[in-house]
Design a protein around this ligand. Structure first.
Ligand code: MG
Length: 256
């Protein structure tokens, strides 16, 4: 599959799916408190999909490895040192945790994808700073989503801000094109050089998702075959938006 350029009508269909993603993430974010389980958040996300006629995109997503069962959750719920692809569980969230929630769905065959990291109760200043910088790095990346710029301009925007704050930028997992599939070309890395890579064109739609760590950027996968954690056990944060390139300003589909 090559990079797809979407017509205006298609982008509006993606807007619908992405606004469903936004609404569900807002509901989940408000549920996050010490004592709540990520399984409860997952069930709520499933119910909210049904209400909106949306099909969860992550549930039963196949693993690239044949020995690993498909993903069991509607959301990815990644606590503390879990970077991405954490499975919903019955373990209650604790005061001071940070929780990344990634959620995607489709409506009428068009996909939406977004993520955010939420503090649970009172978190350390360092954790709050990590979450803040990760969110800001996504905003910088969105500002780079101008036709004529290159993928490397997005990558550089994330990396330069994260590293200026002394944080690590995950290499193994990257953003992606999105449209009639959850994951389409191109790759959108969170590290790279400005002015390099594919040129951004009106009609391209990409999911940008910085994954930033407090320590080293090295990762490992737990025995469940999905859960990606920092190798050094340091905290990780993750934010994501789906963005359409236009002839004018970036169009962030996954927020009002
Ligand atoms: Mg994504």
């Amino acid at each position: 599959m090559s990079i797809q350029l979407r017509r205006k009508e298609e982008i509006e269909l993606m807007r619908r799916a992405n606004m469903a993603v936004y609404e569900v993430l807002q509901i989940l974010r408000e549920m996050v408190l010490p004592g709540v389980t990520t399984a409860e958040l997952d069930q709520r996300a499933k119910d909210e999909c049904v209400r909106r006629g949306a099909v969860p995109a992550f549930l039963n997503y196949p693993s690239p490895s044949p020995d690993v069962a498909p993903f069991p959750g509607v959301i990815c719920s990644s606590v503390n040192d879990v970077i991405v692809h954490g499975m919903p569980s019955n373990e209650p969230l604790k005061d001071g945790d940070i929780l990344s929630i990634d959620f995607g769905c489709s409506i009428d065959g068009y996909f939406g994808d977004a993520a955010l990291t939420v503090p649970v109760g009172n978190v350390s200043a360092k954790a709050a700073h990590l979450v803040d910088v990760t969110r800001q790095s996504l905003e910088r990346a969105i500002e780079a989503c101008i036709a004529g710029n290159r993928i490397g301009d997005i990558s550089h925007a994330v990396q330069s801000l994260a590293e200026a704050n002394g944080f690590g930028v995950v290499r193994e997992f990257v953003g992606h094109g999105i449209g009639t599939r959850m994951h389409e070309p191109p790759h959108v890395p969170n590290f790279g050089q400005a002015g390099q890579g594919r040129q951004l064109k009106p009609g391209m739609v990409i999911a940008i998702e910085p994954m930033i760590t407090e320590g080293s950027f090295e990762t490992k996968i737990l025995d469940d075959g999905w859960t990606a954690v920092t190798k050094d056990g340091s905290l990780a944060a993750h934010f994501e938006h789906t963005v359409a390139i236009t002839t004018d300003k970036p169009y962030v589909l996954s927020r009002p």
